[in-house]
Design a protein around this ligand. Structure first.
Ligand code: GLU
Length: 305
């Protein structure tokens, strides 16, 4: 355990100045304003010991990492019924693809591609009185941290340029798998992607997936043991767009990335590790983040396999 600080420091120093061929996402213009040099890491174990290096306390746009949180709340509220609306198969396609929806009659392949997360947001809107406020409170509750917020700037920037997500939502609605108004679903979806957390905060918020005994502020477990197993399984098979197999192959942990350059990975019964470096590889995953985690599980010899 004590070695974590030294291991993350060594890998950080190894990677800090490597030539990073990645590109900061700018299809959401506001994301393009972030400095490419940010690089932070945090690992928090199930005993709450936390180790950080670099920009681990700077908040950033978590983007698709929020899809784990929306899925978790929808799973709490709907139970197994949820899988009637969204499948649990890897898509093998880019995160914003419309391709498979036609053949699959509007049922997205999994909750971690945009189509799936949009359906999950629709499910949440049907349950929640004030979706944005209630979802934010849920997030605060599970990480025991009131200092969480959405970035209005990022949400607005995505709203202005979110043509593909608008197409996805309309297309799914044409099959009857969106029940609420398209504008409301998209507005909520864009805000969930615009949540801002630091690496240290992200490790903390996902402890419930690593620790069976983790309790939220209300003293309850966030998911049952079986539900947590399933969310981890979907992360392992679907968490990295069409590079999910590659991440499992190289890193060997369930995880989820976002186009803000963050990656969260879970070692059940052990720890949560979060890396942030904004430059993305061609598949949309943080270039240094992938390399960092590969080196981490290789050097520690600890993965789920
Ligand atoms: N808000 C982003 C989008 O919908 C999320 C993409 C991602 O992080 O995968 O395009």
């Amino acid at each position: 355990m004590e070695n974590y600080q030294k291991i993350i420091e060594d890998i950080y120093l190894n990677l800090k100045n490597v030539n990073d061929p990645g590109k900061v996402a700018n299809y959401i213009p506001e994301l393009g304003t972030v400095s490419a040099d940010n690089f932070g890491i945090n690992i928090t174990d199930i005993h709450r010991k936390s180790f950080s290096i670099g920009d681990a306390d700077k908040k950033f746009s978590i983007q698709s990492i929020s899809k784990i949180l929306t899925l978790t709340l929808a799973y709490q509220l709907e139970g197994e019924e949820l899988w009637k609306r969204v499948d649990v198969e890897p898509s093998g396609n880019p995160f914003n693809s419309l391709l498979q929806l036609e053949a699959d009659f509007g049922k997205p392949r999994n909750p971690f591609i945009n189509a799936g997360a949009i359906v999950i947001c629709d499910v949440l809107i049907s349950h929640l009185k004030n979706p944005k406020e209630d979802f934010l409170n849920f997030c605060k509750d599970i990480c025991h941290n009131n200092n969480l917020a959405y970035s209005d700037k990022v949400a607005q920037s995505e709203k202005e340029t979110g043509f593909r997500n608008t197409a996805l939502c309309n297309f799914i609605k044409s099959f009857g798998n969106i029940k609420n108004k398209v504008e409301d679903v998209l507005d909520f979806y864009f805000y969930t992607c615009a949540l801002e957390l630091s690496c240290a905060e992200l490790s903390q918020i996902f402890l419930f997936l690593a620790d069976d005994h983790f309790l939220c502020q209300k003293g309850k477990t966030v998911l049952t043991e079986s539900q947590a197993k399933r969310v981890n399984a979907i992360m392992l098979t679907c968490g990295f767009y069409d590079e999910s197999g590659e991440f499992a192959f190289r890193v060997g942990l369930p995880g989820k990335s976002g186009v803000g350059g963050g990656i969260v990975a879970i070692h059940p019964d052990n720890y949560v590790i979060t890396v942030w470096s904004p430059k993305l590889n061609p598949k949309g995953n943080s270039y240094k983040g992938m390399h960092f985690l590969e080196q981490f599980t290789t050097q520690t010899g600890i993965s789920i396999f």
